[in-house]
Write a protein that binds this ligand. Structure first.
Ligand SMILES: O=P(O)(O)OC[C@H]1O[C@H](O[C@H]2O[C@H](CO)[C@@H](O)[C@H](O)[C@H]2O)[C@H](O)[C@@H](O)[C@@H]1O
Ligand SMILES: O=c1ccn([C@@H]2O[C@H](COP(=O)(O)OP(=O)(O)O)[C@@H](O)[C@H]2O)c(=O)[nH]1
Length: 952
């Protein structure tokens, strides 16, 4: 559904379907407008659909098996092959998205999760019995019916033989399931080892196992290798079944590597990843040896989802702190690519539970239970037997309650369903014994000949028995030490329409964020508090129970699993739609070959190169800590030394390094080359064989320096690992080595002060970098300086032929991007007025000398030519496109010899590692700059000896 709507957007920018356009003519423009519109459509489809269902006699109830054992032909809630379409009433919304038979097609969805919704039990060489798997992930996804879904996963069993694999594949196909066959060794290392012994406890704040507690001979590394291998096996099966346009939805911590594998196979695949567990604070995640690799793999997805905002925030923070990437309110950005990160709280198929309570077999169960526990209040715990569920803590709190409230001892019973899980992992085996021991002790202590206070079951219940239990419960006790969401709490609420029992809920379960107002929230580690809450719940007056229940019931019935899945998929589609929009605004990558060819065929070339983040040595990925002294100095990339030398020595090439850095930094790095250095955004200029001179405008006001210095000192003192540079014409405060979040907060404060405080009236420009704040004299930009620099170069070289090739490469601040547009005829650009510098300026270096008058006159000529071009453009304002002046037009030699002779294709402006830019092209990283300059220099060697057309 969603994909059809969005595809139609992409094609013509209009919502498909006349009906829709008639009722609301506005076309959604923003992301939020689009998502709201989609939600409206979904609601409308759903209400039509449920009316039809009511008319047809409620089909959904039949879709779900009544027992945990399924025999062939029974359905799972996933529609069968024939049932891929429902909701005839939706047709109006699907014009242009119809199948050949006239029915709208549903969004195809590949759900990839470690565990299939069924586990297989072998009954013979080629016969299998399928049982519903237990766990929140399965329960939630079975409720999702709006998609043409297939489920890819492990069937929970080792099938070494081909006959068995074929038969199981066939049996699963009927349930729209596709198996991934993992052998025993992989399961042991990947599932029991890396997933359940490392990631699971870590993500639930239980820490990493000590290396000596990892299964004897198995090291962390071999488990991680198995994890990656298993993820590749999942990817292989996805690739086999993938069809263009499919949404691939990867689930959980088992498959953190999968998004990367899938994108490597097909970068156009729409990939979402959702985590069902908590994502811990970055301080916990950073203890994981494979922390960066896992984060990067997940970031390959288009959309990353979590149950709560907290988990999403932790993830973004881990990416910022561990990978050094940019976290934004939308997600995580890496070199212009955005991975959207958001919270999508899961829900349940509440209708299914509400309807189940009315079924005769459930009513029978309810009757039986009521009789069995007559005269006693029923307390209930339903959990997998997992250490995160806090079962021992729960039982101990119950013991404390009985101890302190003797009058309740024969009036209350705790039913604890503890579903065995991950039984091959030693920690889980230990937990089973521990729980048995505590239950035995308490029953021994408070039991009588005819009754015990705790009924503990080490098994799962079928759906109807579970619903009956939920319905007769007075107090549900969820004491998870950490829990991604906890659907048991939702299911309990859904089954309590008549009883309106009380929910005691751990504040460490994701569900606490949604059901917190109606439940009694507890800290499960505080046994005294939980015991007191039990007393409070058992004694709660009816009107309070009613109010609390209504609050929770409303949430559970509106935030369903259907809504959850539809929202996730809808956002995933929209994320891709937005990325496409963004891509259209992003310049293309530099065609290096073309740039080299034009370089070779030109006679007078000018290379303008930025330094910071364009030519410097990037910090190695492995050693990347970003906080060490050795990384703080700007150093020319070692691989650039040779090519740069060659380019500088070429008589037909002039190289200028144009940087914000001060003169000493440029002297240190480039002093040995035959090139021009333009320091402090072009305020100082020197040919490396000569002295520094200044191009600084004479009326530059620098009175603000002391006040700004004072502000920068203040923030530097209070922001560890930040530093500031006092340059001649600007001050730069840099926090790239500081704690990134703290640095950002400090920068916000600083900017606020600079923009609105006493300095706001000074003639300064405050320039915000990604991890810096710079204050410059007003009007100082690289673009403004280039005019004067060119004037000096042209004069100095006594240039005879015009410059017929310009390559301008840098990671420039947006403010300095006017350097790209300087050479562009189409874009307006205001050069700064040029005037002689004042040598006596308080912060002027004594060694710098002003521009020569000849250079100034050339620079003036350049500027005149520019305004002539712009005038021409302005005169054509009726039809701007009718006359587009080329640089040749602009620089036509009506004042003597021409300076520039650029056709559009001889000008290559290029932004490094930026997502949006006024440059014509992009280079992804410094490494690409290295490749480019190497190729240019090598091309010179290839044509060595042909330089006789020397034109200078
Ligand atoms: O498949 P198993 O290893 O036997 O484990 C069962 C599932 O446990 C986890 O469930 C989580 O998902 C629930 C729904 O989002 C959530 O409510 C709960 O808090 C989580 O613990 C696990 O994440 C699943 O992958 C397992 O299948
Ligand atoms: O005997 C049982 C006990 C539990 N469940 C289901 O197991 C899921 C547990 O999900 P939850 O989110 O609470 O925790 P998880 O086990 O996924 O960590 C719920 O949907 C329960 O209905 C079940 O089917 N049979």
């Amino acid at each position: 559904m969603t994909i059809c709507v969005l595809q139609a957007f992409l094609q013509d920018g209009h919502m498909p379907g006349n009906n829709y356009n008639n009722c609301n003519p506005c076309t959604p423009r923003t992301r939020l407008e689009r998502l709201l519109r989609e939600r409206e459509i979904r609601k409308s489809i759903r209400s039509t659909h449920s009316n039809e269902e009511a008319r047809d006699g409620n089909r959904q109830g039949e879709l779900f098996g009544n027992d945990t054992t399924l025999i062939e032909g029974e359905n799972l809630g996933l529609p069968s092959e024939e049932e891929t379409w429902e909701g005839v009433g939706a047709r109006a919304f699907f014009d242009g998205c119809e199948k050949q038979d006239g029915r709208p097609s549903k969004q195809r969805l590949l759900v990839v999760a470690n565990r299939l919704p069924v586990s297989a039990v072998r009954k013979g060489e080629d016969s299998w019995q399928l049982e519903i798997s237990v766990g929140g992930l399965v329960s939630a996804l079975l409720g999702v019916k709006e998609f043409d879904a297939r489920w890819i996963g492990w069937a929970g069993v080792n099938v070494p033989d081909e006959i068995g694999q074929k038969a199981l594949t066939k049996a699963l196909a009927e349930k729209r399931c596709i198996p991934v066959f993992l052998d025993e060794e992989i399961v042991h290392q990947y599932y029991n080892g890396y997933c359940n012994n490392i990631l699971w406890p870590l993500f639930h704040y239980l820490g990493l196992p000590q290396e000596d507690r990892l299964a004897t001979t198995r090291s962390f590394q071999s488990q991680f290798d198995a994890y990656k291998k298993a993820n590749h096996m999942f990817a292989e099966i996805v690739n086999q079944h993938y069809e263009e346009g499919d949404v691939v939805w990867c689930h959980d911590y088992h498959l953190m590597f999968l998004p990367k594998c899938l994108k490597e196979y097909n970068s156009n695949m729409k990939v979402g990843w959702f985590l069902h567990t908590p994502f811990p604070s970055s301080e916990i995640h950073r203890t994981l040896p494979s922390r960066s690799e896992l984060l990067r793999s997940v970031l390959a997805a288009d959309l990353v989802g979590f149950h709560t905002y907290d988990y999403a925030r932790h993830f973004v923070s881990a990416c910022t702190r561990i990978l050094g990437l940019e976290g934004t309110p939308e997600g995580v950005e890496d070199q212009g690519r955005l991975t959207r990160v958001a919270a999508f709280p899961i829900g349940i198929d509440s209708e299914r539970f509400i309807r189940a309570i009315e079924l005769p077999q459930v009513q029978d169960h309810i009757k039986e239970l009521k009789e069995r526990f007559a005269g006693r209040k029923v307390m209930l715990g339903v959990d997998r037997l997992d250490m995160i569920k806090g079962i021992p803590q729960k039982i101990l709190a119950f013991e404390k309650f009985l101890e302190e409230n003797p009058s309740w001892r024969d009036k209350v019973v705790l039913l604890q369903i503890a579903v065995p899980t991950r039984t091959d992992v030693p920690e889980y085996q230990k937990l089973t014994s521990q729980v048995h021991e505590i239950v035995g002790r308490i029953n021994g202590r408070f039991g009588t000949l005819t009754a015990v206070p705790i009924h503990h079951l080490d098994r799962s219940l079928d759906f109807h028995a579970l619903c009956a239990l939920y319905a007769v419960t007075d107090v549900a006790l969820v004491t998870s030490l950490r829990d991604g969401m906890n659907l048991v709490s939702y299911e309990f609420v859904a089954c309590q329409a008549s009883k309106k029992g009380v929910l005691i809920l751990s504040e460490f379960a994701g569900a606490a964020q949604s059901l917190g107002a109606g439940a009694i929230l507890v800290n499960p580690w505080n046994i005294t508090e939980v015991a007191a809450s039990i007393g409070y719940a058992l004694n709660m007056p009816a009107d309070e129970r009613e109010k609390r229940h209504q609050h929770n019931f409303m949430h559970v019935t509106t935030h369903t699993s259907q809504e959850w899945a539809a929202t996730f998929v809808s956002e995933l589609n929209d994320t891709i739609f937005e990325a496409q929009l963004r891509t259209r605004q992003v310049p293309p990558f530099l065609p290096i070959k073309e740039a080299v060819n034009h370089y070779l065929t030109s006679n007078n070339r000018l290379l303008i190169l930025g330094f910071n983040a364009a030519l410097n040595e990037p910090v190695s990925a492995l050693g990347r800590r970003g906080d060490q002294i050795r990384e703080m100095e700007l150093k020319l990339h070692p691989e650039l030394k040779e090519p740069l030398k060659k380019l500088c020595d070429d008589p037909k090439t002039t190289v200028v390094v144009l940087s914000g850095s001060d003169r000493s930094v440029l002297d240190d790095n480039f002093g040995e080359y035959n090139m021009w250095l333009a320091a402090e955004n072009g305020m100082f200029l020197r040919l490396t064989t000569g002295e520094w001179m200044t191009t600084m405008p004479e009326n530059l006001n620098m009175e603000w320096v002391d006040s700004v210095k004072h502000v920068f000192e203040y923030f530097t003192e209070r922001t560890p690992r930040s530093h500031f540079e006092l340059r001649e014409t600007s001050l730069l405060w840099n926090y790239k080595y500081a704690d990134i979040e703290f640095g950002r907060l400090q920068a916000r404060d600083m900017l606020q002060h600079l923009w609105t405080g006493p300095i706001s009236n000074a003639s300064v420009d405050v320039v915000q970098g990604s991890r810096s704040v710079e204050v410059r004299a007003v009007g100082v930009t690289k673009g403004a300086a280039i005019d004067r620099i060119l004037g000096e170069i042209v004069h100095n070289k006594g240039m005879k032929a015009p410059i017929d090739y310009v390559l301008c490469v840098g990671h420039f601040l947006p403010k300095d991007e006017d350097v790209y547009t300087f050479f562009e005829p189409e874009l307006p650009c205001e050069p700064q007025p040029v005037a002689r510098a004042v040598v006596g300026n308080p912060i002027m270096p004594t060694v710098a000398r002003p521009l020569t008058s000849k250079a100034r006159s050339i620079s003036m000529r350049l500027r005149k030519q520019r305004s002539f071009a712009m005038e021409k453009q302005a005169n054509n304002h009726g039809n701007l496109n009718a006359w587009r002046p080329t640089l040749r037009d602009r620089m036509s030699p009506h004042e003597g010899s021409s300076v520039l002779d650029l056709k559009g294709d001889n000008y290559f402006s290029c932004a490094v590692a930026r997502k949006r830019s006024n440059a014509r092209y992009l280079l992804a990283s410094i490494n690409d700059v290295v490749t480019l300059l190497k190729e240019l220099s090598e091309s010179l060697s290839a044509v060595d000896g042909t330089n006789s057309r020397f034109q200078w």
